[in-house]
Design a protein around this ligand. Structure first.
Ligand code: DGL
Length: 278
């Protein structure tokens, strides 16, 4: 069984794409709604909460867990992979959403880093890519660092979107959400920007509002499709993680299932009810 973890409802955008590309798999989703958003928490809290969630998914029978949360992946993934998994669940794996995104943005496979100097690495040829994410993901520097190693000609223009995850989780209406998004974009210098990344799994839930605020010429990467293709490729290389169980999807939450259900259904992202987990 494949586990999918997020601080709340955002990871459902990844789950939907996974279900489409891997229709024969069994999925268990865990939204830590009781502690969302992670963007306001300390790194220590994010690591501890992510570890608890992943541990729960693994005890429920997941052999592979996707951190469908950029914030958790940026802050906690490395610690979990290096310091926790080898002793607690040595035969299991945790993967994140940053690696497939960095590969897609740079066009360079993760294992293969570019040389320090790149022929296109000069001011005139800089390719400007816009990244919208939580303040925590941006402060971590993870995207900038990994992109710079592989594609120095890519200039990442980062824009933190404080309050957006809270507004989405809180079930805010279209007008206030659009107001927030317009505000972030109005502060940006859009010169030379042709592509943008919604680097928080909650943001595709309001993708239409981002599109409405951005110039028509800006193309959005689909993190969900990119992550799903990457997982499909991973499973082809690691068939031991393919589940033989009957395909199904179960949703768990640490929050109030009734509220979460209401928000998620309104967003049109889940067809099944959340079950409480403690
Ligand atoms: N969906 C999470 C992400 O991708 C939101 C983080 C939060 O809870 O602040 O970053």
């Amino acid at each position: 069984m494949i586990g999918v973890f997020d601080s709340g409802s955002g990871g459902l955008t990844i789950l939907n794409a996974l279900k489409k590309q891997l229709p024969n798999q069994k999925f268990l989703y865990l939204g830590d709604h009781g502690h969302a958003p992670y963007g306001h928490r300390s790194n220590e809290q994010i690591v501890a909460l992510t570890r608890l969630g992943v541990d729960h998914l693994m005890h429920e029978g997941c052999s592979l867990v996707i951190l469908a949360c950029n914030t958790a992946a940026a802050i906690a993934l490395r610690t979990l992979q290096q310091e926790w998994l080898p002793t607690e669940h040595p035969e299991k794996r945790v993967l994140g959403v940053l690696v497939p995104m960095v590969e897609a943005i740079t066009n360079v496979p993760w294992a293969q880093q570019s040389p320090a100097s790149h022929p296109e690495d000069n001011k005139q040829n800089k390719q400007r890519v816009l990244l919208f994410a939580t303040s925590k993901t941006i402060e971590s520097g993870a995207y900038v660092e990994e992109i710079a190693k592989r594609a120095p000609h890519v200039e990442l223009v980062q824009k933190a979107c404080p309050g957006l995850v809270d507004a989405i989780e809180g079930g805010a209406g279209t007008a206030p959400l659009q107001g927030l998004i317009n505000g972030y974009i109005s502060e940006l210098d859009m010169y030379g920007i042709e592509t943008a990344v919604l680097g928080c799994t909650h943001f595709p839930l309001v993708e239409k509002l981002f599109k409405a605020a951005l110039p028509d010429t800006v193309k959005l990467y689909s993190q969900a499709d990119i992550v799903a293709s990457s997982l499909k490729n991973y499973l082809e290389r690691h068939p031991e993680f393919i589940s033989a169980d009957t395909p199904s999807t179960t949703l768990l939450t640490s929050g109030d299932p009734r509220i979460v259900d209401r928000v998620s259904k309104r967003l049109g992202v889940n067809e099944q009810s959340f079950i409480m987990y403690q």
